[in-house]
Design a protein around this ligand. Structure first.
Ligand SMILES: CC(C)(COP(=O)(O)OP(=O)(O)OC[C@H]1O[C@@H](n2cnc3c(N)ncnc32)[C@H](O)[C@@H]1OP(=O)(O)O)[C@@H](O)C(=O)NCCC(=O)NCCS
Length: 190
């Protein structure tokens, strides 16, 4: 198959967008949803460049808004494919907001989007291998491998914990928590 390995650089993508007043919330800061939408776009652009196909978002990890973004700032989203599986890719996204007048740049968040390549039959499609050209790229690939393992183990623990929740014992479990149980005509089964 031709060209079935690509470097990280080949798909690296940056989108820059001006934060306009209609993106702001009632507090005058930029809505988190606007930033998420831009992150989804850059993750799509980056993953589809690597895969050479249409891609879909399957999972989003580590979304934290570390600092508010202001109207008038230039937001740049830098995306790289950090890891590839068979049909999935983990795209790391770094978001920075630049105040051109003050000459400042702040790091507002970093996230990981898992994207899956789709073939013409709409089924997951094999993606090219990733060529790692420096230690940083190797480190990121291994980090994502570990992240996948940890996610799987958290999922199993959570499924287990969920299956063991006893709602009928809630008074004891919730002691000291900041909630009140006020059932209205509801039959609770454990
Ligand atoms: C993503 C999707 C194609 C996966 O389909 P599937 O039948 O589970 O296919 P598979 O089991 O073969 O999984 C495909 C890949 O996705 C990965 N994957 C599936 N669920 C995942 C999850 N929750 N988190 C991370 N990766 C996941 C699998 O590990 C696999 O990766 P690999 O091929 O690199 O090993 C399917 O769930 C889908 O189409 N989802 C809707 C996506 C969408 O519309 N997104 C827009 C957001 S609204």
């Amino acid at each position: 198959m031709q060209n079935f390995a690509r470097t990280v650089k080949q798909s690296q993508t940056t989108i820059t967008e001006l934060m306009i007043p209609s993106y702001a919330n009632f507090g005058g800061k930029i809505h988190g949803g606007i930033l998420l939408s831009l992150m989804d776009k850059v993750a799509y652009a980056c993953s589809s460049k690597h895969a050479g196909t249409y891609c879909v978002t399957v999972s989003v990890d580590k979304v934290e808004f570390l600092q508010p973004v202001e109207v008038g700032e230039l937001v740049s989203l830098h995306a790289s494919v950090n890891y590839v599986g068979k049909t999935s890719m983990i795209v790391g996204i770094r978001v920075e907001a630049q105040n051109v007048k003050l000459g400042t740049i702040k790091h507002t968040n970093s996230s990981y989007f898992t994207m899956v390549a789709k073939g013409d039959d709409d089924k997951p499609a094999l993606v090219p291998e990733l060529i790692l050209e420096n230690k940083e790229e190797v480190k990121r690939f291994i980090e994502c491998m570990r992240m996948k393992e940890i996610k799987q183990s958290v999922k199993e623990k959570m499924d287990d914990a969920r299956s063991q929740i006893e709602v009928n014992n809630a008074e004891t479990i919730l002691k000291g928590e900041r909630c009140k149980i006020v059932f209205k005509n509801e039959q609770v089964t454990s």
